[in-house]
Write a protein that binds this ligand. Structure first.
Ligand code: C5P
Length: 232
């Protein structure tokens, strides 16, 4: 029997890079026992696969073909998710600034977004989905019963990115990270298709001065208030 996907609750979390969406989404999904969609990973994987096959970052039809035929597996593991592209480890490779930059270029192309649309919607499975991205509340899950726009100052996001990279053993200067973040914000907000912006019915949460547990608690409260999750 097929399920009515629209009856499955979705928590849509959008916002700029480095606002904490990835960590927060994972923790909320874990707390609720819901599925998790890291939509940015799909754009990153498209960029990575394009590099592998020598498809240029402005070849829209070629990139859409790559996006449509992505052979990707997400495996929940300990604190994170392992990502396999065509069976090969891609977990850390997709997190580099270089792949992030290429991802935001391919993500500006309508045919690529269209090619990834159904794949993202397929993640909507009972008992619920936490969807992390840029257009979760505006396009992919426009009917989501709770939409959050998670943001933080660019300085704070650069600082967080630096810490994250340092933990992964990568050294990067704050000023270069800030520049990259600002360039990526501008590209994500100014593109003509699915630009980064809060959905009309989204709640904006500025995490600059909030800790991760505070944000997770706030989101869980909002879900509970709306009857989407029992008090946890
Ligand atoms: O979230 P993350 O940094 O992994 O996303 C990488 C890039 O993919 C973003 O800069 C953005 O351009 C693009 N993206 C998007 N729509 C999404 C998720 C990510 O355009 N839903």
């Amino acid at each position: 029997m097929s399920i009515d996907e629209t009856a499955v609750p979705v928590l849509a979390i959008d916002g700029p890079g480095g606002a904490g969406k990835g960590t927060i989404s994972r923790l909320v999904a874990e707390r609720l026992g819901w599925h998790l969609l890291d939509s940015g990973a799909l754009y990153r994987l498209t960029a990575l696969a394009a590099g592998k096959y020598g498809v240029a970052l402005d070849d829209e039809a070629g990139l859409a073909r790559v996006a449509r035929s992505l052979d990707v597996v997400f495996v929940a593991e300990g604190e994170g998710t392992r990502v396999l592209l065509e069976g090969a480890e891609a977990t850390t490779t997709i997190r580099t600034e270089q792949v992030g930059d290429a991802a935001s270029r391919v993500a500006a192309l309508p045919a690529v977004r269209e090619a990834l649309l159904q794949r993202q919607r397929d993640f909507r499975q009972p008992p619920g989905l936490v969807a992390d991205g840029r257009d979760m509340g505006t396009v992919v899950f426009a009917d989501a019963p709770l939409k959050i726009f998670l943001t933080a100052s660019a300085d704070e996001r650069a600082r967080r990115r630096q810490l994250q990279l340092r933990e992964a053993g990568v050294d990067a200067s704050l000023s270069s990270l800030l520049k990259e973040i600002q360039a990526r914000d501008a590209r994500d907000m100014q593109r003509s298709v699915a630009p980064l912006k809060p959905a009309g019915d989204a709640i904006t949460l500025d995490t600059t001065r909030l800790t991760i547990p505070e944000v997770v608690d706030r989101l869980t409260e909002l879900l509970t208030e709306r009857g989407l999750a029992s008090a946890i």
